[in-house]
Design a protein around this ligand. Structure first.
Ligand SMILES: Nc1nc2c(ncn2[C@@H]2O[C@H](COP(=O)(O)OP(=O)(O)OP(=O)(O)O)[C@@H](O)[C@H]2O)c(=O)[nH]1
Ligand SMILES: [Mg+2]
Ligand SMILES: [Zn+2]
Length: 320
């Protein structure tokens, strides 16, 4: 829905107030810089409001603000910074990013190697939400795997396995875990090689619990899910990076209830379904939408059961 003029005015006003506050904080810290102190390399661990935590190469963490006009740095960013007399820091430059992860236009993390979508048996996974994340990853050209957590809650044996077979056959890595009952945690842990991994997904699925189980002594705050709504209570509030002792990073992110793909075009959404993309050369029309066109290879495959019906429903819902 387009914004009204008044809404737009308010957003602009809030933005300029924010920038003014950041500039004020920056100029205050700027005067504290030790002139002899050279610029150091660091990595952003987390961002909160106008501030961020930056870690130097020896693992020392500094509270930092950013120099004016260099933009917003987020977890995973590689930066240059200078120390101040009172052991704070000012970020003076952000290195070019390999990639940017955004949610509704808001930057949440940078320089990611691997995405993990965490879903659970409670709150119960939804195919459309899963597909939205996969579409995002395909369009960012980033590897994404699916983690199905809380499998010890299954009362009917392994019925959830069937729901994910087609994701595996599409080439997505799927792990079935229980953090609580310690099922398959070690196997998952052993294949987390030195990369930057981010955990995404709804509130209450167990992202922070999983990261706690992968990094000894971490003790991130986790929360009960509400008995009434069966939804999570948004325990994690900041996207934060943690180191795996044997190498690599794990980034925890706050859960979201919905996940929109506002910035993608119809073509990008279509290309996000890799099994459709593989067939679309065989559709009669080059710009086939795979909905009502004659001689559509995707719909033919659907009829033959070669394309999963849930995936096709997701596609129709996401486009509508
Ligand atoms: N039954 C069961 N509960 C689990 C499991 N893993 C985590 N939980 C519980 O699920 C609840 C939510 O876990 P969190 O780790 O806070 O979930 P989150 O995804 O980080 O949630 P947000 O930070 O709100 O996005 C907690 O009460 C955990 O103890 C599991 O394998 N089985
Ligand atoms: Mg959390
Ligand atoms: Zn088609």
């Amino acid at each position: 829905m387009p914004l009204t003029r008044r809404q737009k005015w308010r957003i602009d006003k809030v933005q300029s107030e924010k920038i003014a506050r950041a500039d004020k904080a920056a100029s205050k810290v700027e005067s504290q810089i030790d002139e002899n102190d050279k610029e150091l390399q660091g990595k952003v661990i987390t961002r909160y409001g106008q501030r961020q935590l930056v870690e130097d190469e020896n693992g020392k963490v500094f509270q930092s603000v950013s120099r004016q006009n260099i933009g917003f740095s987020v977890a995973g960013d590689r930066v240059l910074f200078q120390r101040t007399k009172n052991d704070e820091a000012i970020v003076t430059a952000i290195y070019p990013r390999n990639n940017e992860l955004k949610r509704q236009d808001k930057l949440i993390a940078a320089n990611i190697d691997q995405l993990w979508l965490v879903v659970a048996l409670e709150p119960h996974y939804e195919f459309e939400l899963i597909d939205r994340y996969l579409i995002m990853a395909e369009n960012l050209n980033l590897s994404i795997g699916i983690i199905v957590n809380k499998i010890e809650l299954a009362n009917n044996g392994n019925e959830f396995l069937d729901d994910f077979i087609h994701y595996q056959s599409l080439g997505y890595d799927v792990h079935f875990l229980s953090v609580k009952s310690k099922i398959n945690i070690e196997i998952f842990k052993n294949q987390l090689i030195s990369k930057s991994h981010i955990f995404l997904g709804q509130s209450g699925v167990g992202k922070s619990s999983l990261i706690n189980s992968l990094i000894p002594d971490l003790k991130l705050r986790v929360n009960e899910i509400s008995n009434k709504s069966k939804l999570g209570k948004h325990t994690t509030t900041n996207t934060t990076l943690y180191h795996i002792p044997t190498g690599g990073d794990l980034i925890d992110s706050p859960g979201v209830r919905e996940f929109q793909l506002e910035n993608l075009t119809e073509t990008e959404i279509r290309n996000g379904f890799k099994e459709f993309k593989a067939l679309s050369d065989d559709c009669r029309f080059r710009d086939c939408k795979h909905i009502s066109e004659p001689n559509c290879a995707v719909k033919d495959a659907l009829e033959k059961g070669e394309i999963n019906i849930n995936r096709y429903h997701s596609y129709l819902n996401i486009l509508s």
